[in-house]
Design a protein. Structure first.
Length: 503
């Protein structure tokens, strides 16, 4: 239970209400006087202080009564950061806001979230801090949402300052969203990075900087995926073009893992305020699908608090097995994904394609490291998502590296990445990987349901012969020289599998 909070002003004790699918605490409210009857501009400020102990609910809602005549809502907050014992997390507290439509899970009240990236924000009808949505400031009960991400053993003492500016409201802007299609090259391979952060969440780059870096990296498409907000969807006007398709999405950042909602309809918000124990993720996965997007668990074995994926893969369309510069958690993610490929090849599960994204936030993060290279009918939202869903994609560390991966049978049978070569178990099959732009001294590896079966220096085209009886699938990797004896080197590129056989 949380300690008593004593906001300044004529307020009573807090209200202890646990609401929604995930635990949330609703505090006593803050009220403001209405604007002067003659409409004179002015401002009023209230401060609220309180203390949250370790074990407090994930979200704490502070109701704020908004009267008529408000032109701007401005909020700032601080909290203490006491020293903690070695190995114990200190205080970290996120913040956001919901309007008079309420805080119901998956409801319509969401108006913005900045996590821990900002200490203050504002909303007006015509403008808002990045991460927040401009629009009407209707009278009623609004809610400032605090998210105590981690709490020190001593507790977390906070102060929230709310200022209402009175006056005539501005005119809400008409959102300008990116188009669904770019000119492209017709049916072709297209390079994209679908996990990116800007100043609209915890990134430091503007959308204009991201677009410029994406073009410099040789990308054909990107997806804007801010943490728990859609404010960036309207921030790309003038930045798309015939050479760059910009998709909208969100990184749904829960306490039990993150999911990239890729290519959702512009403006569609996906709630994040739940854990695996709440058994509601399938509801929000369906919401992503209804909005036309893909469900892609992100960095499933990342080591940050709350980053490990705990929701399972039943609703997933793909999995992000490579996130930013290649590290041990990516290696673990690939191994887990490969186990799922084995299960699928033997009729014990469905095919879950692999993707890779940079998750770039700021310098020196490299946009396009890695990138997902998709075979698609066009450079369009529908075609790109369809290509990923079918597994017609490979991953590469840069646009200088290209792969052509095929399986052929003796009678002209042919399959490529994500496809099946439908031949009998004993049929001879030729596997070929052509590599251009391979790093110096790198190695090609072919892997099957039996593990690594073939390796050779990455100096051109690698050829290997097998049968479906010996390889239910084949996938390829290009690895840098090893840095650890007995272990493969860091990944330079990898493909989704080609399945072999008639089942």
């Amino acid at each position: 239970m949380c300690d008593d909070d004593r906001p300044s002003g004529p307020l009573g004790r807090r209200a202890l209400l646990v609401t929604g699918a995930a635990a949330a605490l609703t505090l006593n409210g803050v009220s403001f006087a209405a604007a002067d009857s003659d409409g004179r501009a002015g401002a009023t400020t209230r401060k609220v202080t309180g203390r949250l102990p370790a074990g407090c609910p994930d979200y704490v809602h502070l109701p704020v009564e908004i009267p008529d005549g408000v032109r701007e809502i401005a909020v700032s907050y601080t909290y203490d950061r006491p020293a903690t014992p070695p190995g114990t997390a200190g205080n970290a507290c996120d913040i956001g806001i919901f309007d008079e439509r309420g805080t119901d899970l998956g409801g319509r009240g969401f108006r913005g979230w900045s996590g821990g990236a900002r200490t203050e924000f504002f909303l007006r009808a015509d403008d808002a801090t990045p991460g927040y949505l401009p629009g009407p400031l209707n009278p009623g009960t609004w809610y400032i949402a605090l998210g105590p991400y981690t709490v020190a053993p001593q507790g977390l003492t906070y102060e929230v300052t709310i200022t209402l500016h009175y006056g005539s409201p501005g005119t809400p802007p008409v959102p300008s969203y990116p188009p669904q299609r770019a000119e492209g090259r017709g049916r072709s391979w297209y390079r994209g990075d679908n996990h990116l952060h800007s100043v609209h969440s915890d990134g430091k780059r503007t959308p204009a900087q991201i677009a410029a870096l994406a073009r410099a990296a040789g990308l054909d498409f990107i997806t804007t995926t801010e943490h728990n907000t859609t404010s960036s969807h309207r921030a790309w006007e003038g930045l798309w073009g015939d050479d760059l398709l910009i998709l909208t999405g969100e990184e749904v950042t829960t306490r039990n893992g993150h999911v990239v909602a890729m290519g959702t309809d512009p403006g569609v918000f996906i709630d994040w305020r739940y854990r695996a124990r709440d058994a509601v993720f399938d509801r929000f996965a369906r919401r992503i699908h209804r909005a036309g997007g893909l469900v892609i668990p992100a960095h499933p074995h990342a080591t940050c608090i709350g980053c490990n994926w705990k929701f399972g893969y039943e609703e997933a369309d793909a999995v992000e097995v490579w996130n930013g510069p290649f590290t041990l958690d990516d290696e673990v993610a690939i191994a887990e994904w490969d186990n799922a490929l084995v299960a699928h090849a033997h009729d014990r599960g469905r095919f879950l394609p692999a993707v890779g994204h940079s998750d770039a936030h700021r310098d020196p993060d490299v946009i396009g490291l890695p990138q997902t290279v998709v075979h698609a009918d066009a450079l369009s939202r529908h075609a790109i998502l369809d290509g990923i869903r079918k597994g017609h994609a490979y991953l590469a560390e840069s646009s200088s590296l290209s792969l052509t991966f095929t399986a052929t049978g003796p009678k002209g049978e042919h399959a490529t990445i994500g496809d099946r070569l439908p031949v009998h178990d004993s049929t001879p099959v030729t596997i070929r990987l052509a590599v251009t732009g391979a790093p110096p001294d790198s190695t090609i590896r072919f892997l099957t349901d039996q593990g690594q079966r073939f390796t050779t220096p990455a100096t051109g085209t690698a050829t290997w012969h097998t049968t479906p009886a010996n390889a239910a699938y084949v996938r390829a990797e290009v690895r840098h020289p090893t840095t650890t004896p007995g272990a493969p080197g860091p990944m330079a590129a990898m493909t989704n599998p080609i399945f072999l056989g008639q089942n």
